[in-house]
Design a protein around this ligand. Structure first.
Ligand SMILES: Cc1cc2nc3c(=O)[nH]c(=O)nc-3n(C[C@H](O)[C@H](O)[C@H](O)COP(=O)(O)OP(=O)(O)OC[C@H]3O[C@@H](n4cnc5c(N)ncnc54)[C@H](O)[C@@H]3O)c2cc1C
Length: 285
């Protein structure tokens, strides 16, 4: 998530989406830039001999318990066996999309992070949470994107889901005109404009043309993964689990982090991990 969705130099906050967090376990982090955060975590993992144990670029389809009482997980060509498994697959495998249809020709211009933005483009960011704010003012500030024009579209007229820093930064650029304000109005539809650009039609009857739209609307529960792992899910496809231990209906199988909540944060995920580890240790005694 951090490698792919955080913009260059992004500040990694402890309090996120307007919620204040304290760490309950041993693992914590100092607020710093994305790059410094990744280094902090890599150093921590390396100092415990764990960094080289990561298996990257490998998708897990499910986690199932065998007759021997152990979980068997296919990791590439290998099968890893485990007594306990913590599922922390997040939600950004499937970012939330808006309800309206995207004509095929302009789909490459509809994105979920800033990685495709080029200098000089007219970019509209859609959303009202911290991610939308950081994308919007972050793009205004990026030195190599100074020829972009950036618009923030949020269906509500007032920002109320960002942390104080992001609210202040976003409002600063809206007030000084560097960030165009399209708040308090929704997008009704998008259509192809000349040159395969995106024409956005707003619910107030106005429209505008953009080179790129970036949706910062969070993500959805990885329902298939959960169902394939026989984890019971609730009304919103969220995993059902014991709220104190985060153990699912399957003994020894836990879910933590964003997969459990749609307003997740790093500190919350760390705290979840601590609850789980305490439970695993207690049961091992
Ligand atoms: C732009 C942005 C900025 C943010 N900034 C902050 C911030 O400043 N502070 C903060 O506290 N929070 C922030 N958040 C939220 C924070 O990043 C998440 O709450 C946190 O990363 C959740 O961690 P996680 O481990 O649950 O999930 P993730 O970080 O999403 O990690 C899940 C991992 O599992 C992998 N995965 C998924 N499915 C599979 C599969 N089937 N097989 C194998 N691997 C799989 C994914 O590729 C991913 O690497 C931000 C989020 C965004 C989008």
């Amino acid at each position: 998530m951090i490698h792919k969705f955080y913009k260059k130099g992004k500040r990694v906050d402890r309090d996120w989406m307007g919620i204040k967090f304290d760490f309950v376990g041993n693992v914590r982090f100092e607020e710093c830039s994305k790059e410094a955060y990744i280094k902090q975590m890599d150093d921590l993992l390396a100092s415990h001999g764990l960094l080289e144990k990561f298996v990257y670029n490998t998708e897990i389809w499910n986690v199932l318990k065998g007759d021997d009482g152990l979980f068997a997980i296919n990791v590439g060509d290998d099968v890893v066996k485990a007594k306990n498994v913590i599922v922390s697959v997040g939600r950004m495998g499937k970012p939330n999309k808006p309800g309206y249809k995207f004509p095929k020709a302009i789909r490459p211009r509809l994105n979920f992070n800033l990685s495709k933005v080029e200098d000089g483009e007219r970019v509209m960011i859609v959303g009202g949470g911290d991610t939308a704010g950081e994308y919007a003012y972050g793009l205004v500030e990026l030195e190599d994107m100074q020829n972009c024009t950036v618009t923030l579209n949020y269906r509500k007229a007032v920002i109320n889901r960002m942390n104080p820093t992001n609210t202040e930064m976003t409002m600063k650029y809206i007030d000084n005109g560097k960030l165009a304000n399209k708040m308090g109005v929704d997008v009704e539809s998008v259509e192809i404009a000349e040159g395969d650009l995106v024409q956005v039609n707003f619910t107030d009857g106005s429209n505008a043309i953009y080179d790129r739209i970036v949706f910062a609307l969070g993500g959805t529960s990885p329902k298939d993964f959960l169902v394939n792992s026989k984890i019971e899910t609730g009304k919103w496809d969220e995993p059902l689990m014991d709220e104190k231990t985060l153990e699912t209906n399957i003994s020894g199988l836990y879910t933590i982090g964003d997969v459990v909540t749609d307003q997740g944060s790093i500190a919350l995920a760390f705290n979840h991990a601590s609850f789980v580890m305490n439970d695993i240790v207690a049961k091992a005694k």
